[in-house]
Design a protein around this ligand. Structure first.
Ligand SMILES: [Zn+2]
Ligand SMILES: [Zn+2]
Length: 306
């Protein structure tokens, strides 16, 4: 484990608008948990005429707080980073309440790589945590799409990996990037195949290494004040994890469960399931690169070095 820059001290107010920066407010949802940290962060960009990013879970308390925060203002667009329920499930109700369109990639299954589509079709791979199958965008957007209002110009960046449909949004006036669940300051994100794709995640991180924004606003947790340092850390962390898996496989074939017991011996038992999904993501990535080979069903069978 690479010692990290993660900030676990975040303690945001829940259910009220919190001013984050000029022209930016956030309402934190009451859905804190092991996978959501202190709760989903629903961002309000602009003043008077605003964009809302990730309305969050379908929780009347949260959607009411978000609506109250924008009372008297016009919501021009509701943007969704990805179709996970903790970000997207409240989008439809909120958008209807404020009379705004929902803009998102909108097709997490169709966006999977050919390899992930094959794994999903073969069955037995598991995954699907948090996916919001009922989510629909009013307008599907993708790479390079610009959505703008007074004081905010938001450009969509395709950042697949956590999910295949994941978008980040660069905010030009704020010199900031809304990074969803792709880059967060409290933990490395869950990569659970077939929606999660470690190769795509790594490429999306490398892609953001060229960005000049001084701050990232993630889907969970505090603003990230050193995004480039965090990206370097996350890449190093994944490389270290891969090294641990390769070292274990060098001693002989192993299953996901066996690798979790060996590599994540100290982890909170509540996070073992997520650890298993991350290990599987690494194994599938190693398989794609012809470094490792599945000897049976990828999620339950043994893997060996190629
Ligand atoms: Zn997510
Ligand atoms: Zn999330």
């Amino acid at each position: 484990m690479v010692p990290g820059p993660f900030d676990l001290s975040h303690a945001p107010p829940v259910g009220v608008a919190e001013a984050v920066a000029p022209g930016l407010r956030v309402v934190t949802a009451p859905n804190a948990g092991p996978m959501t940290f202190t709760g989903t962060r629903s961002y309000i960009v602009g003043e008077g005429e605003v964009a809302v990013i990730d309305p969050g879970p379908h929780d009347p308390r949260h959607l009411g707080a978000l609506a109250a925060a924008v009372a008297g203002e016009r919501v021009a667009a509701v943007l969704v980073t990805h179709a996970h329920r903790d970000h997207s499930a409240g989008a439809r109700s909120f958008a209807e309440a404020v009379g705004a369109p929902v803009l998102a990639h909108g097709d997490p299954v169709g966006a999977r790589s050919a390899a992930m589509a094959r794994l999903a079709a073969a069955g037995g791979i598991g995954g699907g945590e948090g996916i919001d199958p009922g989510f629909r965008a009013d307008r599907r957007i993708g790479e390079g799409e610009v959505v703008a209002g007074p004081g905010w110009t938001l450009t969509a960046l395709a950042t697949p990996g956590h999910t295949a449909d994941h978008l980040s949004f660069a905010w030009a006036e704020g010199s900031a990037l809304f990074s969803g669940d792709h880059v967060m300051g409290w933990a490395t994100t869950l990569i659970s195949p077939p929606d999660g794709d470690l190769g795509a995640f790594r490429a999306s991180l490398v892609r953001l290494q060229g960005r000049r924004e001084g701050v990232f606003y993630p889907g969970h947790g505090a603003p990230v004040g050193d995004p480039q340092g965090l990206i370097r850390h996350v890449l190093a962390h994944r490389a270290a994890r891969e090294g641990e898996i390769l070292a274990a496989l060098a001693r002989g074939p192993a299953t996901v469960a066996g690798l979790v017991a060996e590599i994540y011996a100290a982890v909170d038992p509540a996070l073992r399931g997520a650890a298993g999904r991350n290990v599987l993501a690494h194994l599938i990535d190693l398989g794609e690169r012809s470094v490792a080979v599945a000897m049976g069903p990828p999620a339950t069978g043994a893997w060996r070095l190629a």
